[in-house]
Design a protein around this ligand. Sequence first.
Ligand SMILES: Cc1ncc(COP(=O)(O)O)c(C=O)c1O
Length: 367
Amino acid sequence: MTLLDDPDTGLAPLQFAVTKNLAAKTTAQREELLRDPVFGTAFTDHMVDICWSVGGGWHRPRVQPYGPLSLDPAAAVLHYGQEIFEGIKAYRHADGSIHTFRPRQNGLRLQRSARRLALPELPVEYFVQSLRELIAVDGAWVPSGADQSLYLRPFMFAKEAFLGVRPANKVNYYVIASPVGAYFKGGAKPVSIWLSEDYARAGKGGTGAAKTGGNYAASLLPQAEAYEEGCDQVVFLDQDRNVEELGGMNIVFVYKDGTIVTPQSDSILEGITRDSLLQLAVDRGHKVEGRDVSIDEWRSGVASGDIVEVFACGTAAVVAPIGVLKGRGFFDEQPTGPLALSLREELTDIQYGRREDTHGWLVRLDG
Ligand SMILES: Cc1ncc(COP(=O)(O)O)c(C=O)c1O
């Protein structure tokens, strides 16, 4: 199930117009914000903005001061939710250079999301260039502390002011960025998961495989239920009671013979972290399977000792071992083992330049 990091197609780069933020944070203010960043609360001084229209294609590429967008109240996104996004990080290496991880995969996934949401497909070259352009002005915002990074949030939505239900003829693509530290307080300590039985995140033929706001909107009520139940995160099932994924992370099961199994279906977001961790596991000689895992297989596998580790993974949190699965009428402690954390260490070592990048996953963003 390994995704291929495609080669360049040779598309000419866009010519970005850069407008510097005259009210940019001072060095002291930025350093204060970088000291202990809380996920998604502070933003850099600039953002990328590219327009698209049916007649004009991708045009007016800009880097401009970070700030509010002006939106017509009839903008289609506000009514019908035609929106997609990505999440990817920039890492500072010990020599000061700035790198990102498998950006072409995020660019290709943005294209798949665009197809499903009837939005225009941004060429992958433009996607990668948009990250470089933002880093060119806001590189100083990439923090250098342990587990810190600059979270990049590319997104695209229907801007056309039109209340008819059809794909918009005017769309904008943006990239904003936010310095982040560890996603879960307490680092990689095991998380507790609430099994959502009343709510689905996605349906067959729906938008589950796309990174679109509606999927996350649908996950908020069950996530609130998880908090009420004292759990950190929620896990969803499909209509056949197969495990799908968490609200914002994929799930992986480790069996006692070393086989690693992860749900694979067209209602799950194909995670780049998961793909990379599974590749590292294959490199170590593990067998990896993408297939249905029913909730009964999960619970009975843990009870019998066949399943020896369960973990969640995604860009924001990297790897989160699952310590508890709670559902209506049950509380199953989960076995934890060394694999999740050692794969996490290997992956983050590559991302932060502490270990050789034998798969060619890193792409330098500065210089
Ligand atoms: C619903 C969902 N599943 C899985 C993932 C993991 O994807 P990735 O590893 O590409 O971040 C994410 C995003 O992080 C997500 O939002």
